[in-house]
Design a protein around this ligand. Structure first.
Ligand code: DC
Length: 236
């Protein structure tokens, strides 16, 4: 891991819709600049998993709020992805399937759930030195982040990337058309919820990766961060 030559307390906010390349970019930036990588989507996913397990209706705000009151969620940054602890149980391998993905988007519309999550995320990033990835990092969680990048791409391109990722994980059950359809439905919900809808912060740098390879997106993001934070001491 390399270390950043300046601003060790930097906060780098990476926001954008599903499949835009946020995780790849955030992981690389964290390694390259010597920061911790925190994936906030994994927290919504872990809570959604608990709601599904307890058969709490995903559209009942009060029931979800009561469930949240007796839930602990912890992210442990690792080299590749975050380890996600739900009430002390490692659920990292259980939160990426389509059912949990859809449920995470549903539970995330409720203000009480968002207030709880945002507070946890602010605590986790309080000392800085983090890349935080999500939907509302630059707008709500850390509006004064040192660097804000909003990653986007056409839905078809994002859907196909997501399809490839599912294939790499051995999940070939879904057709590309279905992945794109699910992604559009999630986009619609994430972008149009009244509380903290997905949108770029006014001071975010927009990066549209529709016609870029992930490698190109990573290099472009690195250049944006470097321009703000300075050169890392050694590169990865
Ligand atoms: O980034 P992800 O695909 O793991 O996120 C799963 C869902 O969680 C996403 O559809 C919306 C919600 N989410 C959110 O509302 N705010 C965040 N900061 C991160 C995720």
């Amino acid at each position: 891991m390399s270390s950043s030559s300046c601003e060790p307390n930097a906060i780098v906010a990476i926001d954008g819709p599903a499949g835009a390349g946020k995780s790849t970019v955030a992981r690389h930036l964290a390694r390259h600049f010597g920061l911790l990588n925190l994936e906030t989507g994994a927290m919504y996913r872990a809570f959604a998993l608990k709601a599904l397990r307890f058969a709490v209706p995903l559209d009942e705000s009060k029931a979800l709020e009561d469930l949240a009151a007796e839930t602990t969620i912890c992210l442990e940054p690792g080299e590749d992805e975050n380890r996600v602890l739900l009430d002390g149980e490692d659920v990292t391998g259980l939160i990426r399937n389509q059912i949990v993905t859809d449920a995470a988007s549903r539970v995330s519309v409720f203000p009480a759930i968002r207030v709880w999550m945002v507070r946890l995320q602010q605590e986790m990033g309080a000392t800085g030195g983090v890349v935080m990835e999500g939907r509302d990092i630059g707008t709500v969680v850390f509006p004064h982040a040192s660097v804000k990048i909003f990653l986007d791409a056409a839905p078809e391109v994002r859907g196909l990337r997501r399809y490839d990722q599912l294939g790499q994980r051995g999940d070939q059950a879904t057709q590309p058309e279905e992945v794109i359809r699910n992604l559009r439905a999630r986009d619609e919900r994430d972008r149009n919820r009244p509380d903290s809808p997905l949108r770029p912060a006014p001071d975010a740098v927009l990066l549209d990766s529709t016609h870029m390879t992930l490698e190109e997106v990573v290099r472009a993001a690195e250049a944006i961060v470097q321009a703000k934070l300075g050169q890392p001491l050694s590169s990865s």
